[in-house]
Design a protein around this ligand. Structure first.
Ligand SMILES: Nc1ncnc2c1ncn2[C@@H]1O[C@H](COP(=O)(O)OP(=O)(O)OP(=O)(O)O)[C@@H](O)[C@H]1O
Ligand SMILES: [Mg+2]
Length: 263
């Protein structure tokens, strides 16, 4: 199953969710492919596969430019995480020039290029998680067109909830046009939750507002998330005091992907 992780708002925790869910699914013995569709390439770096000018490798940029069926196989690499993650988590990395694909959006069939590139390639993985940029433009549309489901990461703040609503409405409005009529939002994940008035206010009635499933547990704002991100290691082994505790929260969410994603 292919799942795009999205929110129109930046910084909600899309990449954090992508990377931590990949680790959690691996800990549940699932094979995961992470596709980095953000020119910021944060997911690639956090999976310890940053672009190296001295040892250039194929990335999502070249894969999408080609758009040939199955071409993604040439760019997929194991994550740079230690064993056993490295055997279970692979990555189709990105680099900044993925942005150059946007100007090709008008060419025939452009939105289907990632879908074609992944065709037959990710069958061996249990889950393909696609990290989207904070935009509903061409790169995210290609991700949606390649996916069956969307997970929306939302911070319990006004602008982030608005960003989530825009994703929901976009998916509803354009699934058919993207050639993916069964595309739908699987669930909303709450990230960076804090005990402040605004967050309590936003969380109250959030499911009604989003008209969807808001999964629990909510992920708190903890330093461990940043420690894992900056050390490019899974939470469980990043050495941060609350890393393992935070990892168990992602495991709970990953279990719901396994159960409800199959429904
Ligand atoms: N639960 C959390 N607790 C603490 N820090 C967090 C948490 N979630 C994310 N962060 C930090 O917030 C920053 C933004 O997170 P992240 O990069 O995952 O967001 P994003 O939605 O992918 O951003 P962008 O829109 O730029 O792609 C990062 O520095 C990340 O480490
Ligand atoms: Mg990101």
């Amino acid at each position: 199953m292919r799942i795009t992780i999205a929110n129109h708002k930046g910084g909600a925790g899309k990449t954090t969710a992508t990377v931590n869910l990949a680790a959690a699914l691996a800990e549940l013995d699932k094979r995961v492919l992470v596709v980095d569709m953000d020119p910021q390439a944060n997911a690639s770096r956090r999976l310890a596969r940053p672009f190296d000018r001295d040892a250039p490798q194929l990335t999502a940029s070249e894969v999408v430019r080609s758009g040939e069926e199955g071409v993604a196989a040439q760019a997929i690499a194991p994550s740079g995480w230690p064993s056993p993650y490295t055997e279970l988590v692979s990555v189709l990395p990105a680099r900044f020039d993925l942005d150059n694909r946007v100007s090709e959006a008008g060419t025939v069939g452009a939105v289907g290029r990632l879908r074609r590139a992944l065709q037959g390639v990710d069958d061996e993985y249990d889950y393909t998680l696609i990290d989207a940029q904070p935009s509903l433009g061409h790169l995210t549309q290609m991700a949606f067109a390649a996916s069956q489901r969307v997970l929306v990461v939302v911070e319990p703040e006004y602008d982030s909830v608005e960003g989530a609503l825009r994703v929901r409405d976009f998916v509803k409005g354009y699934a058919q046009d993207l050639g993916q009529p069964d595309l739908r939002v699987l669930a909303y994940l709450v990230n960076r939750a804090r005990r402040v008035g605004e967050h309590a206010f936003q969380l109250e009635g959030l499911a009604d507002r989003l008209e969807g499933d808001v999964w629990t547990p909510h992920i708190p704002e903890w330093t461990a998330a940043k420690d894992a991100a900056s050390s490019a290691l899974p939470l469980q082994i990043c050495g941060s005091a609350r890393g393992p505790e935070m990892a168990t929260l992602w495991t709970e969410l990953a279990k719901q992907i396994i159960v409800e994603g199959a429904a």
